[in-house]
Design a protein around this ligand. Structure first.
Ligand SMILES: [Ca+2]
Ligand SMILES: [Ca+2]
Length: 325
């Protein structure tokens, strides 16, 4: 083996060794977690939930001090108890259970330390308002029988108290050229981050889409109808759901956006009509769509060109400026 090759092999071996060492060190240490990491209660069904403070991979755990914070406007801690992995507990300080704050500092008396995984605390929360709050472990000192603190990683949680409603609407392509099959989505939701919710319009008159079980929040309506100017997230057509079940204002999408990767009707769209001129679905290759057919009548002809020309220069921002959901 040449010197160069040998060096390369040695470097390779060293790298393998280092990476296995760092992988092993990443696995050591205990974990303390809010479990479940995300709790959600539907306020129309109930408002209480058990959340646990759980430890993994503790060694010789004998005492702990924990401080916990949550939004007192969303949650109240109705009761709590020890999980049972530690015995013969003595309160180092009296437990503090104030709105939004819990502090427990305890030690076992004359009892061997606990090694393994298990429930440290049971927390019975009750939601007092619709909303979302982190459950944050702001202090987690876990001590061995011999005194030193265990190295540990904290995993915080989130508690959501939600109400669910239906969002409906009436979306078509202008002049009722098309009603069925228009993809719509409710994007965002700054409080709960529950979006996107998606739906597809039906062909019926009046309201033609309905998305049930939407967590009440603020969402941005988007559409994704080929050959039309669509509502994008950037347009910011957002709505709240203050009244519960929500019906959005009717919307007719503007046609002529044959190349609909943008939301502007320009020379690119004229060119697409030219590409498909005179064609019908029978002329298409498998997987191809009749993009020049902007009035959805199954043939690309002068009618399509007239629509593109008539709407030339329009953009989504322009045509939907006056529309609010
Ligand atoms: Ca276009
Ligand atoms: Ca056509």
């Amino acid at each position: 083996m040449s010197k160069k090759k040998l060096t390369a092999v040695l470097i390779g071996l060293l790298l393998t060794l280092f990476s296995s060492i760092s992988a092993a060190s990443a696995q050591t240490g205990a974990h303390i977690s809010v479990l479940p990491g995300q709790t959600t209660v539907d306020l129309s069904i109930g408002s209480t939930a058990l959340v646990q403070i759980y430890v993994d991979d503790v060694e010789d755990l004998n005492a702990f001090e924990i401080k916990l914070e949550y939004d007192k406007n969303v949650l109240t801690l109705t009761s709590w108890s020890h999980g049972g992995i530690l015995k013969n507990l003595f309160n180092v300080i009296p437990p503090v259970n104030n709105p939004g704050f819990l502090q427990i500092a305890v030690t076992q008396l004359a009892t061997p330390g606990y090694t393994g995984d298990g429930v440290l605390l049971n927390l019975n929360f009750k939601a007092i308002a619709e909303g979302s709050t982190p459950i944050t472990i702001t202090k987690a000192d876990l001590a061995r029988s011999t005194g030193p603190l265990l190295s540990r990683t904290i995993h915080n949680g989130v508690f959501n108290a939600v109400r669910k409603f239906t969002v409906s609407g009436n979306i078509s392509v202008e002049h009722n050229t098309l009603r069925a099959g228009i993809p719509v989505a409710l994007v965002g939701g700054p409080v709960f981050h529950a979006g996107p919710y998606s739906g597809i319009t039906g062909g019926q008159a009046g309201n033609n889409f309905s998305i049930p079980q939407v967590w009440r929040d603020t969402y941005t309506l988007t559409t994704a109808q080929p050959r039309c100017l669509n509502l994008t997230e950037a347009l910011g057509k957002s709505f709240g759901m203050t009244s519960g079940n929500t019906t959005l204002a009717p919307l007719a999408l503007v046609r002529g956006n044959a190349a609909w990767t943008d939301n502007e009707i320009n020379a690119g769209d004229v060119s697409v009509v030219g590409t498909y001129w005179g064609k019908t679905p029978a002329d298409l290759l498998p997987g191809e769509s009749l993009d020049g057919d902007v009035n959805f009548d199954g043939v690309v002809d002068l009618r399509d060109l007239a629509i593109v020309a008539g709407n030339f220069g329009l953009t989504s921002a322009l045509v939907y400026a006056g529309w609010t959901p």
